[in-house]
Design a protein. Sequence first.
Length: 127
Amino acid sequence: MFSHVMVGSNDIERARAFYDALFIAMGAKPGVVDHKGRLVYMHDGGLFMVTKPIDGAAATHANGGTIGFRMADNAAVDRWHAAGAAHGGQTIEDPPGVRSHNGRGLYLAYLRDPDGNKLCALHVVKA
């Protein structure tokens, strides 16, 4: 559905510590920095990138925006959440757990990254 997701950061090294922890908790490899100074993660056919804004202005988060990461099971969601909270992420909304949505059970956890971007880890469970 999408080719990539990119978020802005005002501190790439701080973002790297945070996102490396999240992606390692997901079973992925740490990010690499490309020739333009962007932090790049590849996992499960998806591409996630972190960059300083091209226009030189400060990075800001999207109000109402959420980036969701699919997880293999509930334990993976918990590892992701713990890794993010331990590396500068802020726990938001309800604690990790099952929520009902359109007849499905979803095991969810939410964080804000150090730049304020809203992230979600999701595993579909039986309703």
